[in-house]
Design a protein around this ligand. Structure first.
Ligand SMILES: Nc1ncnc2c1ncn2[C@@H]1O[C@H](COP(=O)(O)OP(=O)(O)O)[C@@H](O)[C@H]1O
Ligand SMILES: [Mg+2]
Length: 331
């Protein structure tokens, strides 16, 4: 089969006026090559489709039977939906979630409202359009201030955890002015951080693994899996699979993750982030229907490796679920 790999590749020479993490979500050329090789190893031709405006022509020229979508897109809170929407328009089947799920999950306030509506716990939050809105935030400290629609810790620093009015204002200013979007201000949950990997569809959706992100240089009370931490992850964190948490908490993490996966309409694979509060309750932080798949770096491949699923098998499993969903291979 001819399987296009839609992706955004990190530019070699990013423009200096943009934030240092402007291209954080994009894949390195090396990651793209490894994912392409993994797909090709199942006997497919794999043209790479660069997910800029040129993808419209590239799809027509390459004529893929199917697309494996990694594209994070550029610009705005619908950016992750652009490639899947185009593929739907052209009638080309693809792996992963559909445009609505990709939009809803990228916008953290929208995702949290939906998740809360089904009574899955998620930290209380407010949104700020600019720094003047920070005055009205009535949450107890500490809080965390994040861009409303980014990923890969873009716009998230250790300083995003704010404990004073002044720090809150400063971080709301940083997010709204530097990232050109609303800030979400959330109650900070100081407990263990766990990310849950899910694969499959319908009644076959299952938890692939759960991984605790354990800070090496600070306690969970102040830990933020921030840009600084992710870029220096070997020194800053260790990964624990399964998390060192009571069985009842693990069961609740699994229940919430699968419930949220279904509620948000995720398909084929996703990774859902939680922090566990002082009462042992998993608090939903965010859902990633396009989690990084870079071997050895992305949290999902690291977790898969820890449960005995090598990178090639992980890619094969995701592709298998996606093709089966389209009736293109036996389930
Ligand atoms: N409410 C919160 N309480 C505690 N830590 C949080 C909270 N929200 C985010 N964080 C920390 O910030 C990190 C990045 O936030 P997240 O919402 O997952 O953004 P991204 O989409 O960039 O991954 C999380 O992995 C977690 O460490
Ligand atoms: Mg996250």
């Amino acid at each position: 089969m001819r399987i296009g790999l839609a992706c955004n590749v990190k530019p070699a020479d990013p423009p200096g006026h943009l934030p240092e993490d402007a291209f954080e979500e994009f894949d390195s050329p090396d990651a793209v090559a490894q994912i392409r090789d993994a797909i090709a190893s199942f006997g497919h031709d794999v043209p790479v489709l660069a997910a800029g405006p040129g993808i419209v022509d590239a799809v027509r020229e390459e004529r893929p039977d199917f697309v494996f979508n990694l594209a994070e897109g550029t610009g705005g809170r619908c950016r992750e939906a652009h490639v899947p929407a185009l593929l739907e328009l052209l009638g080309i089947p693809y792996a992963g979630s559909d445009p609505l799920t990709l939009c809803v999950t990228l916008d953290k306030p929208v995702a949290k409202r939906l998740v809360a509506s089904e009574r899955f716990p998620t930290p209380a939050f407010r949104t700020c359009r600019d720094v003047s809105d920070a005055e009205a935030v009535d949450l107890p400290f500490p809080v965390i201030v994040k861009p409303a629609f980014e990923g890969s810790s873009k716009g998230v620093r250790l300083a995003s955890r704010a404990t004073t009015d002044g720090a809150l204002r400063e971080m709301v200013r940083f997010v709204t002015e530097r990232y050109g979007q609303e800030a979400i201000v959330e109650a900070f949950v100081p407990g263990p951080e766990v990310t849950v990997g899910i694969v499959g569809n319908g009644s076959g959706a299952r938890v692939l693994g759960m991984m605790e992100i354990v800070p090496k240089t600070m306690s969970n009370d102040t830990f933020v899996y921030s840009l600084e931490v992710k870029r220096d992850w070997e020194n800053q964190v260790s990964y624990r699979v399964p998390p060192a948490l009571p069985a009842a908490v693990l069961a609740e993490l699994s229940r919430c993750a699968l419930g949220i996966y279904r509620l948000l309409g995720c398909r084929d694979f996703s990774r859902i982030d939680f922090r566990v509060d002082r009462d042992g309750v998993p608090q939903f932080i965010e859902c990633n229907p396009l989690p990084g798949l870079c071997p050895g770096y992305g949290d999902l491949p690291i977790m898969a490796g820890a449960v005995g699923i090598p990178h090639r098998a992980l890619i094969g499993e995701i592709l298998g679920h996606a093709l089966a969903r389209h009736g293109m291979v036996p389930a």
